[in-house]
Design a protein around this ligand. Sequence first.
Ligand code: NOJ
Length: 540
Amino acid sequence: MSGHEPDETWWKTRSVYQIYPRSFRDANGDGMGDLAGITQGLSAIKALGAGIVWMSPIFRSPMVDNGYDMSGYREIDPLFGTMADFEALLAEAKRLDLNIVLDIALNHTSIDHPWFQAALADPSGPYRDYYIWRDEPNNWQSIFGGPAWSKADGDDAFYLHLFDKTQADLNWENPEVREEIYGAMRFWLDKGVSGFRLDVVTVISKPPGLPDAPDPRPMPLYDMLAGGPRLHEWLRDMRREVFDLYDCVAIGEGPGLNPERAAAIVNPADPMLHMIYHFDFVDHTGARQGKDWDRVWFKSVFDRWDKGIGPNGWNSCVVGNHDLRRLIARFGDAEADPDQVAKALAATYVLQRATPFIYQGDELGLGDTTITSVNELDDVWAKTTYRLARSKGQSEAEALAKAVAMTRDHARTPYPWTPEGGFGTGTPWLKPTPNRGGVDFASQQADEHSVWAFYRALLELRAKDTETWVFGAYEDLLPEHESLFAYRRGAQGVVCVNLGGQTCALPEAITALMAERSCILTSGEVTPTHMGPWSTHVWV
Ligand code: NOJ
């Protein structure tokens, strides 16, 4: 037994499906996904078995970073529709018993936000202190590349932007800023949303005096900034002023966190956020791609986070999202059957002791896209990468290769509803991922052996036997094995996945467990002694 009292809190037992609104479904034929399209698509998410829908930002924005550059905290961007469309979406979600979670960027706003514009127009006015200014920049580098400080035309001071230069960091030291954000969150909760995913929330508290970083490159800088001196104080405030007033969930994006830091944030004895997700699976260098990525490392990430948070607090499990190359491209094997790979990877994360987050398209086994020219890039980070590479003298081909290796566009292509595309009637804003055949919702929903059907089966297991698959204790049974990922959940659950292209003999420890159990879900080959390439088996 897990040793824990089952807690039926909905955000633990339900699974999350993440929508990238630009790419989910286009109802009005303008080539851009929209709220009406999402409303139409909710029943497909329900059929899959997810219970919570997280939508990447839908607020007013100039869309330099596709909505993570907000210019209005209480407005829907016209690209996605109107407030009435949003209310219709909420009503449909309610009808289907789905919880809607919004994504809010609270570390920064767009420089188009009226606050930033007022700060420029009147440097001695109240809005100046909404942002962070210096006469001389420090050495911090922006996550997207280049310095983290810029000057607006005609202004004397530098403003801080940890991301693009159009995303100015808010000054959270200013209580009015905090009140504005809390008020905006209450505004949406009053409308009936079930919570928020808080964009890069771990970096809102900057170190006093903004000292130079020992290592100003983006990732070490994240580590330095995460968990700033007032982070816990503000998260407790937020909990008291906002989250505790509603039945809602607050999910923090947690760059720079290790399990120890994260555990402090989700500790039920000192409540701040309900869940946090880490960056240990992030690989923007591509170093872990290809056939030979390190399985032992991959498994150790799950184990470390379960040990760090599982017994106290609650984990979320995000392996793929809109910022990463596709799951099967990062952790697959180009020579293997992509459907088998997609199913095997699904079984690694959906049945963890955590709330799993499924990113749109991963449940179809969608792979990376093909990009052959710089004009096909949309991602601001990739375009900056390209530009910086060119400015350092790299050839066009080298710069493009670098951008294609990291671009977030791979995960942002239109969702394939039918074999022909089915995203909408207009020309989509981003070229669709070439279909290797059968990677679309309609075909997969009709095929009981599809990746989609496999995800549905995993989600059903999770929903039906929460004692085992939601709350059961986690134990990695073969942490050193270079191909097999075998883990135990609670007293009865056992999952075994072959993460490799070779048939693998099952160690005795596993065959002994199999002998006492029945197999309830399988993909690929199973014998009492062996597992075929990229096969998955689940026993209780
Ligand atoms: C994290 C988001 O997931 C990403 O898409 C965005 O570019 C940055 N935060 C900046 O808001």
